[in-house]
Design a protein around this ligand. Structure first.
Ligand code: ARG
Length: 474
């Protein structure tokens, strides 16, 4: 008989059991579910809602159930619908009818909201750690490339040269915002909804704060209806994860372009590349492509949950069971992608000569010639036109600015002197951007210093929060 079977006269249709069940995916919550139950039963004992003896029996039983599930020895069945009822069933098999006291003052509605928060808390800490690894790999590439110059692009046209280190650091600060967003979301995730009951609270003299404290929550949710209806934290996580995916995808795109023969700026390590079944010469950036592709499913999950929640009346509705698969899949997708990205970036070969050659064969120092003339007193609009003429002259002659002689330069402006050859060198051009946040080497060094402070803060955040998510009665 079903745990809720009392008012029914017929067994459930088997198709209903199959369709209604969530056990095949919410079994992922087992550890958190049992952890939450241990806190709940400790509270029932403390508040003398059930006897100390019964509470202890239940707690022991729950630990055994956890062990069995962990070892794959427990039978989780569709007939018992979800992880909550499966655990209760297993507990009762373990300790007898006293197991039936566990659910006193609690509903699956507040229970599942609790489990989701416990699960997400742990994921937040893990994803933060993986983002930090990626940031560190990017920083290591930056440190190894403090003199590597490559063309910087706008409209995917060569624009002005930048340090490769500067380019890597752009992603470090991009991912830093993701780290900060995920950390900020913690305060909305880390509240205990347990005690909301099915929707209205409970008649038992429970102590919600005690449950919250045991599980390392910062406090309890304020309103029982909101507590069981709220999945904002799932939406928020999926939005933040979408942003991470979008950032990863942009980086993927650059890695894919850079490793093409047309760019030839990097080579991904063999260990992080794949071949073709037909073309023996091929070495493909599959991982970068796949990570770029997986952005689609993450955005899809965000759209999915927003659509599921739209229009739901208070309080719990079964629609909300649809909150899980998208969240689990997103956590796994991000963990997989970030976990690969750190070593893939770390082992990537940066083709410094090729990058330099690309800078040397473009007009990305044209702005510097214009700025030079401004320094000699010419209005910028005028110098812009003069340099435009010089560029046109070079294009017609199939050469670049640095290939011109001083006499040629002076045909465009008398103001140009011998020092122009130094001014237009890629290194000089880069180091002339000596402004806070600019690409000059000393400014990139400042970014590295700042990043290392930020990494220290993230490290500390992870350590502190790992203590909380590791706080388990199991
Ligand atoms: N499996 C359900 C879910 O994931 C648990 C809550 C079910 N509550 C209910 N009243 N049927 O949402």
């Amino acid at each position: 008989m079903k745990l809720w079977g009392g008012r029914f006269t017929k067994p459930t249709n088997q198709l209903v059991d199959e369709f209604n069940a969530s056990i095949h995916f919410d079994k992922k919550l087992a550890k958190h579910d049992i952890n939450g139950s241990l806190a709940h039963v400790a509270m029932l004992k403390k508040c003398e809602i059930i006897s100390a003896e019964d509470a202890d029996t239940i707690a022991e039983g729950l630990k055994k159930v956890a062990e069995k599930i962990e070892k794959g020895e427990a039978e989780l069945s569709e007939e018992h619908e979800d992880i909550h009822m499966n655990v209760e069933k297993l507990l009762t098999e373990e300790v007898g009818p006293v197991g039936g006291r566990l659910h006193t003052g609690r509903s699956r509605n507040d229970q599942v909201a609790l489990d989701m928060r416990l699960y997400l808390r742990q994921a937040l800490v893990e994803i933060n750690g993986l983002l930090l690894d990626v940031q560190r790999s990017l920083t290591n590439q930056a440190k190894a490339n403090m003199d590597t110059v490559l063309p910087g692009y706008t409209h995917l046209q060569r624009a002005q040269p930048v340090l490769f280190a500067h380019h890597m650091m752009a992603y470090v600060f991009m991912f830093q915002r993701d780290v900060e967003r995920l950390q900020d979301s913690w305060k909305r995730v880390n509240k205990s909804p347990l005690g909301a009951g099915a929707l209205a609270g409970t008649t038992f003299p429970i102590d919600r704060g005690y449950v919250a404290e045991q599980l390392g929550f910062d406090g309890i949710t304020e309103n029982s209806l909101d507590s069981v209806s709220d999945r904002d934290f799932v939406v928020e996580f999926l939005a933040n994860a979408s942003m991470v995916s979008m950032h990863l995808s942009r980086l993927c795109e650059e890695l894919i372009q850079w490793s093409s023969a047309e760019f030839n700026f990097i080579e991904l390590d063999d260990a992080f590349s794949t071949g073709s079944s037909m073309m023996p010469q091929k070495k493909n950036p599959d991982i970068a492509e796949l990570v770029r592709g997986k952005t689609g499913r993450v955005y899809g999950h965000l759209t999915g949950i927003l659509t599921t929640l739209k229009g739901l009346p208070l309080a719990y509705n079964k629609d909300m069971q649809e909150d899980k698969e998208g969240m689990f899949d997103t956590v796994e997708t991000l963990k997989g992608a970030l976990g690969l990205f750190a070593p893939m970036l770390e082992t990537m070969k940066v083709k410094q000569q090729e990058m330099y050659q690309a800078v040397r064969s473009d007009f990305s120092n044209a702005t510097d010639l214009a700025d030079y003339l401004v320094g000699k007193g010419m209005p910028f609009r005028e110098s812009h036109a003069v340099v435009g003429q010089a560029v046109l002259h070079c294009i017609n002659q199939d050469k670049y600015l640095l290939d011109m002689s001083i006499e040629e330069f002076q045909e465009f402006s008398e103001l140009i002197e011998e020092d122009i050859f130094d001014v237009l060198k890629p290194e000089t051009v880069v180091n002339a951007r000596d402004v806070a946040g600019g690409t000059a080497k000393n400014r990139v060094e400042e970014q590295l210093t700042k990043a290392s402070q930020l990494f220290g803060q993230t490290d500390q955040w992870i350590q502190e929060h790992e203590k909380i998510t590791g706080q388990t009665a199991l």
